[in-house]
Write a protein that binds this ligand. Structure first.
Ligand SMILES: [Zn+2]
Length: 250
């Protein structure tokens, strides 16, 4: 079998020589793959629309010795809200970079594919900041880093007044066990409940969760630390989103 069909979201598109592009795709069928899109920079290219960054397309791929290539493409959804302004593009870049960072090649995960589509679909329709945090915690859970939020991950108690979120321990730690060296971030009960809701609720309904600004900031801090701990680096586009958000209320 030389050709195969995939449902794909374009995470990244890098220009190479001439009119070609190397795509990073997240597909339903085979997970993350790279594919060559030949000639797409030519204005007459019929594949052009289907290989735009952050679009959802059906692609016919041809197996190659080193890299597969797109032989035909048909756009399914381009998520216009993501392309309306810088904010939408910055958020889409963040989501795509996260999926790229937390997945390995050719390890399909339908949950990740569905989450990616649902998140692109919801962005631009309400509080994108909250949608992005829901995406963070859901993605981490889908790839095996689900944080322990129900009780202290060290002793199993419900904990008292004060709680910490400790990335190195994988969740919530009570005052008795203590955040320990390297520490964690203190988290209020309200933020903890909101985090649980972000994890549990369907992303299509996530805008019904409306945390106050303080809770919003706390959740953002906790998730950022957790993502960076798991990846051992920061997400480049996160910095850009933060700059755009300055002065923004949630
Ligand atoms: Zn404890």
């Amino acid at each position: 079998m030389k050709d195969y069909l995939v449902d794909a979201v374009v995470l990244k598109s890098a220009r190479t020589r001439e009119a070609d592009r190397v795509l990073t795709l997240y597909t339903r069928q085979v997970g993350k793959i790279r594919a060559m899109a030949h000639g797409v920079e030519k204005p007459a290219s019929r594949k052009r629309g289907a290989v735009q960054p952050f679009s959802y397309s059906r692609l016919l791929l041809r197996r190659g010795r080193e890299i597969d290539s797109v032989s035909q493409g048909e756009g399914v959804e381009i998520f216009p809200a993501l392309r309306q302004n810088l904010d939408g593009l910055a958020r889409a870049s963040y989501i795509a970079e996260m999926v790229d960072a937390f997945t390995v090649d050719e390890d399909p995960n339908t949950g990740v594919f569905e989450l990616l589509l649902a998140t692109f679909d919801i962005l631009g329709r309400g509080s994108d900041h909250i949608a992005a945090r829901a995406f963070d915690i859901k993605l981490m859970s889908l790839v095996g880093y689900r944080p322990g939020l129900e009780c202290c991950v060290m002793c199993g108690s419900a904990g008292g007044e004060r709680l910490w979120f400790v990335p190195g321990q994988g969740g919530i730690v009570c005052a008795e066990c203590g955040p320990g060296p390297g520490g964690g971030l203190e988290i209020s009960r309200g933020s903890l409940e909101t985090l649980k809701a972000l994890l549990r609720w369907d992303i299509g309904r996530i805008y019904q969760i409306r945390p106050d600004p303080r809770t919003g900031r706390e959740i953002a801090g906790v998730m950022k630390r957790f993502v960076e701990y798991q990846l051992e680096k920061s997400i480049k586009s996160a910095r850009f989103v933060e700059l755009l958000e300055k002065g923004f209320s949630f």
